[in-house]
Design a protein around this ligand. Structure first.
Ligand SMILES: NC(=O)c1ccc[n+]([C@@H]2O[C@H](COP(=O)([O-])OP(=O)(O)OC[C@H]3O[C@@H](n4cnc5c(N)ncnc54)[C@H](O)[C@@H]3O)[C@@H](O)[C@H]2O)c1
Length: 333
């Protein structure tokens, strides 16, 4: 099945005026904020009494801080008025066009919940899971309405990290993918569509690669754990807020990404071998990546793109100048 969308057909999400959020933990509250800030009504279901009672307070304290930081101009009360909390699942999903599940990361519990959602909602409603790693084929394949089930994996928290992975199963319809993608775009979250179900999806695979190396560096006494965090927070993280790793290779080397891989490909392959991973960059993959990155950059000339990179980085540096990160280590470590 192909999941490629035809943007011309993606209009149905405009009919979605309300969504249901199942589970009012960290991710459920964060998704609620994203949808409510974008003008969508949010109906929250939570099993736990105490969580249910505190859900709107939790959302309010985040919203107040976001408002103070100038992230939206509408009153916090106006946004909160679009959120409601329900004791019964059937009430929470009543009339919604989209469901975002945010419950415990347990395949059996998700299987039971998706069974109930399939019974309680009409077939046009898209049922999305926030799961960090479990493909929907593991908890939705038995359902009559499985074609509308998929994973929409947020980065935590989605009101700050504005990207989500859409991971369809073999049985997911392209309509469900299109609706999820259009809805995410509407709430200012960049949708990234995975072509294949893979455990951990792509974002956590990337994070996993970095964590594997970070643990090795600490284990071998090369750098301290705190210094690993500093290298990423002040170094890679800042860069990555402007450009990704492929564009970095393209713009850090005169001659671009192809030259970068020619010069450094064998060095990086040795890093991998040292860690027991034999995955050298093949010419075919380098070609695929280089073509995509070259086509994506705004200018044909390397120098012009470098100038834009510098411009973007200086703007971010300026934005961060007054930022006093409360989590930055103070004093000697
Ligand atoms: N925390 C993260 O960094 C992160 C990032 C991306 C995705 N996720 C995924 O999002 C989901 C939620 O994670 P979280 O960090 O918010 O967990 P959490 O423990 O903070 O919240 C889960 C909430 O779901 C409730 N719940 C459990 N079973 C329920 C049910 N059957 N019906 C209704 N409510 C139920 C719990 O009472 C709890 O309030 C998980 O699948 C997780 O893997 C988490």
């Amino acid at each position: 099945m192909t999941h490629h969308s035809n943007p011309a057909e993606v209009t149905e999400d405009a009919d979605i005026h309300s969504v249901a959020i199942i589970g009012a933990g960290s991710i459920g509250i964060a998704w609620s904020i994203v949808f409510a800030c974008a003008g969508i009504n949010v109906r929250i279901f939570e099993l736990d009494d105490a969580r249910r009672a505190s859900a709107l307070d939790a959302a309010e304290s985040l919203l107040l801080e976001m408002h103070e930081a100038g992230l939206f101009t509408e009153s916090t009360a106006g946004i909160l008025a679009r959120m409601s909390v329900w004791e019964e699942l059937a009430d929470a999903v009543d009339g919604v066009g989209y469901v975002q599940e945010c419950i415990v990361e347990d395949v059996e519990v998700k299987r039971v919940l998706f069974g109930r959602l399939d019974e309680l909602t009409p077939p046009h409603v898209v049922l999305a899971s926030s799961t960090s790693a479990i493909p929907s084929s593991k908890f939705a394949s038995h359902l009559e309405g499985r074609a509308r089930c998929l994973v929409v994996h947020p980065a935590n928290p989605p009101y700050f990290l504005r990207v989500a992975e859409i991971v369809p199963a073999d049985f997911t319809s392209s309509r469900a993918v299109d609706i999820a993608a259009a809805l995410l775009t509407r709430v200012d979250i960049s949708p990234v569509l995975l072509n294949t179900e893979i455990e951990g999806f792509a974002l956590n695979r990337l994070q996993g690669a970095l964590l594997r190396e970070a643990y090795c560096l600490v284990r071998d006494g090369v750098v301290s754990a705190v210094d690993v965090d500093t290298l990423v927070r002040e170094g890679l993280g800042r860069r990555w807020s402007v450009i990704g790793p492929f564009t970095t290779s393209e713009l850090n080397t005169r001659g671009g990404l192809r030259k970068h891989s020619e010069v450094l490909g064998s060095v990086y392959a040795r890093f991998g071998l040292e860690r027991g991973q034999d995955n050298p960059w093949t010419n075919e993959t380098i070609d695929t990546v280089a073509n995509a990155i070259e086509n994506h950059l705004p200018y044909p000339r390397w120098e012009e793109n470098v100038r834009e990179r510098d411009h973007a980085m200086i703007q971010v540096a300026s934005l961060l100048r007054g930022f006093d990160n409360p989590l930055k280590p103070r004093g000697p470590v």
